[in-house]
Design a protein around this ligand. Structure first.
Ligand code: DAU
Length: 351
C-alpha cells in the first residue's frame, strides 16, 4: 500500500511514519512543511529507506500537493498535519484557522480530485483518514460517562473549534461527494519526540533543569493518557481496515489528574536521576488556570477496540517510565528546541 501522511515530522505523525516503515511493507510519502513543532530527527532512522520520501510542502498549497499526489499515486491519505497546542490557540487563533480548517479544506479538495481520477480497484480501495481529537466533544464533569462516537460536538477552545470544523468538513465530503473518508478522535498522547510545550515533556524538562513545574489551577483536571506508539498502531489498523463514513474514538482507559501525572514524573526522575537538592515535588508550583480550561476528557474506546482489533498496550505507568527514560537519553534534541524554538515560558494566559 502507498500511504501519504500529512504532518509526518510531528509528534503523532512521526510515530505513524515509523510504524509504517518499521512494521509494515507500505511506502510512505510524508507531506510536511516543517512548522516550529516539526522535527526531521524524528524520522532520521527511516529517512534513507527507499520506501520513504518527504515533500516539504504545505497542505494549503493545492498545486504542490496535487503534483505530489499525482506522482506518488497513494492508496490512502492519513491527515495529521495540524496546529495542536491549546495554549497557543488562545494567544493566536489565526494559524489554527489557516492550517486546521483552510488546510483541511484544501487537502480534501485536492484529494477528491485525485480520487475521482482513479479507476477500478484503486478507486474502490482509496481511503482518507482524518486524525482528530476528543476535545471536539467539549469536556466532562466527574460523573459523566466517557465520550463515545455518539457524543455531540461542543468545542470550547479556538484549537478544538478548528478541529471540530475540520471534522465536519471531512464528513461533509463523505456524505456529499461519496468521498471515502473517515475520522478518528483521540485522547491525550504522550511519549518520545513530544514537543516540549505540552504538559508531560515540559514537566520532565523543567524538573531536570530544576525549574518550577507550573500546574494550572489545582491540578485536578483529568486526561486519558495514550502512549503515542499505541495510537500509531491504532491509526495504521484504521487506514488498513476502517470503513468510509465511520468514526473511531480511540482512548487508553488510563485517566489521571494533572497533579498525579506531575507527581509521577517527579518520582520517576528522583529514581532514575536523583537531584542532590532534594525530591522534585518541591518544584511543583500552582499557577493561574488556563482560560476556558476543559475539566476532563476521557474516551470509551470499546467500538474502536472491537472494530480495529486493537487495544492500547501500555498502561500509564509503563508508558511514562519509557517516556522519562527517552528524555533522559535524548537531551540534545530537546535542548536544541529549548534554545532555538521554545524556551518553556507560559503561553495562553490572555483571556
Ligand atoms: O485530548 C487530546 C488533546 O490533548 C490534543 O488534541 C491536543 O492537541 C493536545 O495538546 C492535548 O490537549 P491538552 O490541553 O489536554 O494538553 P496539554 O499538554 O496542553 O495540557 C494537559 C493538561 O495539563 C491540561 O489540563 C492543562 C495542563 N497543563 C498544561 C501545561 C502545558 C498544566 O497544568 N501546566 C502546563 O504547563
Amino acid at each position: 500500500m502507498k500511504v501519504t501522511v500529512t504532518g509526518g515530522c510531528g509528534f503523532i505523525g512521526s510515530a505513524v511514519v515509523r510504524h509504517l516503515m518499521n512494521r509494515t511493507d507500505h511506502q510512505v510519502l510524508n507531506i510536511d512543511c516543517m512548522t516550529y513543532a516539526a522535527s526531521e530527527e524524528t524520522l532520521a532512522a527511516v529517512a534513507s529507506d527507499p520506501r520513504y520520501r518527504h515533500a516539504r510542502i504545505s497542505i494549503n498549497d493545492q498545486a504542490a500537493v496535487e503534483e505530489a499526489l499525482e506522482e506518488f499515486q497513494p492508496d490512502a491519505i492519513m491527515h495529521l498535519a495540524a496546529e495542536s497546542h491549546v495554549d497557543r490557540s488562545i494567544d493566536g487563533p489565526d494559524a489554527f484557522i489557516q492550517t486546521n480548517i483552510v488546510g483541511t479544506y484544501c487537502l480534501l479538495d485536492v484529494a477528491r480530485r485525485y480520487w475521482l481520477g482513479l479507476e477500478g480497484e484503486k478507486k474502490e480501495g482509496f481511503r482518507f483518514l482524518h486524525i482528530s481529537t476528543d476535545e471536539v466533544f467539549g469536556h466532562l464533569s466527574p460523573e459523566d460517562p466517557p465520550f463515545t462516537e455518539e457524543t455531540a460536538y461542543d468545542p470550547r477552545s479556538p484549537y478544538s473549534a478548528s478541529k471540530a470544523a475540520s471534522d465536519h468538513l471531512v464528513r461533509a465530503w463523505y456524505h456529499t461527494y461519496g468521498f471515502p473518508a473517515f475520522v478518528t478522535n483521540t485522547t491525550n498522547n504522550y511519549g518520545p519526540w513530544h514537543f516540549p510545550e505540552k504538559l508531560i515533556p515540559l514537566m520532565i524538562i523543567n524538573a531536570l533543569e530544576g525549574k518550577p513545574l507550573p500546574v494550572y489551577g489545582k491540578g485536578e483536571n483529568l486526561r486519558d493518557w495514550l502512549f503515542v506508539e499505541d495510537h500509531a498502531a491504532a491509526l495504521v489498523r484504521a487506514v488498513e481496515c476502517g470503513k468510509p463514513g465511520a468514526t473511531y474514538a480511540i482512548g487508553a482507559r488510563q485517566p489521571r489528574s494533572n497533579l498525579e501525572v506531575v507527581r509521577k514524573i517527579c518520582s520517576l526522575l528522583d529514581e532514575l536521576e536523583p537531584d542532590s537538592a532534594g525530591p522534585r515535588e518541591r518544584l511543583i508550583t500552582f499557577v493561574s488556570d488556563r482560560p476556558g480550561h476543559d475539566f476532563r476528557y476521557e474516551i470509551d474506546p470499546s467500538h474502536a477496540e472491537r472494530s480495529l482489533d486493537w487495544r492500547a498496550e501500555h498502561d500509564f505507568e509503563a508508558g511514562l517510565r519509557k517516556t522519562v527514560q527517552w528524555y533522559l537519553e535524548n537531551r540534545s534534541w530537546w535542548q536544541n528546541l529549548r534554545n532555538q524554538r521554545y524556551d518553556g515560558r507560559r503561553l495562553g494566559v490572555k483571556a
